[in-house]
Ligand binder design. Structure first.
Ligand SMILES: [Cu+2]
Length: 200
């Protein structure tokens, strides 16, 4: 993917008039042709004013798979109660590890060749899946020690104000109280997160 930098504009609009159920909707616009804008994570920077609706301790399962010697998706946003499954969809060995100080882990080397259901949720035939629960918020770089080019990012949040873009670069966040907020965006396209002050 390379480390070329994008200049981005983030357009934010509140589209629902009913604030109690309203969502903050926005769209990522980049300064060059990109056929797929789904590799962006968007969040509101935490500060003392950010409301903290209780995170439901519902354990959602998210996945970051290994396919064609890449992590897919390359970037993932989860909250601290979620579990991430790592499925090796290649017929070769991969490894998954991170040296992030607060979320260090190493799943060891594991071979692919499992037969999965079409939605990739169940193994029909083959080895076990590999899971990890991240304990602390942060930006966690993910690597494979067999293939040095493999690189992924997992963002772990302890609040609800984060989202991933869809194919068109659109995203939704929970509604925010009136005021100025710091909207952050990160992507494997960037060297560092982008910041934008938004007024709601
Ligand atoms: Cu690998």
């Amino acid at each position: 993917m390379g480390n070329f930098l994008f200049v981005i504009l983030v357009i934010i609009a509140l589209v629902k008039p009913n604030l109690s159920s309203g969502k903050l909707k926005g769209k990522i616009i980049v300064d060059r042709e990109l056929s797929d804008l789904s590799s962006f994570i968007v969040w509101i920077e935490k500060g003392k004013n950010l409301p903290s609706p209780k995170i439901k301790s519902k354990n959602k399962l998210k996945s970051m798979n290994q396919k064609n010697k890449t992590f897919y998706p390359k970037i993932l946003a989860i909250n601290i109660f979620d579990t991430v499954s790592f499925k090796n969809l290649d017929p070769i060995f991969h490894n998954v590890f991170s040296l992030h100080p607060k979320n260090k882990f190493d799943l060891g080397n594991f071979k692919g060749g499992n037969k999965f259901s079409d939605d990739l949720k169940n193994i029909l035939k083959g080895d076990k899946q590999y899971y990890h629960k991240f304990k602390n918020p942060g930006k966690v770089p993910i690597y494979c020690n067999i293939h040095p080019d493999m690189y992924g990012i997992i963002y772990i949040f302890d609040h609800h104000y984060f989202s991933s873009t869809n194919f068109l670069g659109e995203f939704e966040l929970p509604s925010l109280p009136k005021g100025n907020w710091v909207l952050m965006t990160d992507s494997p396209h960037f060297q560092r997160p982008h910041k934008k002050i938004i007024n709601v």
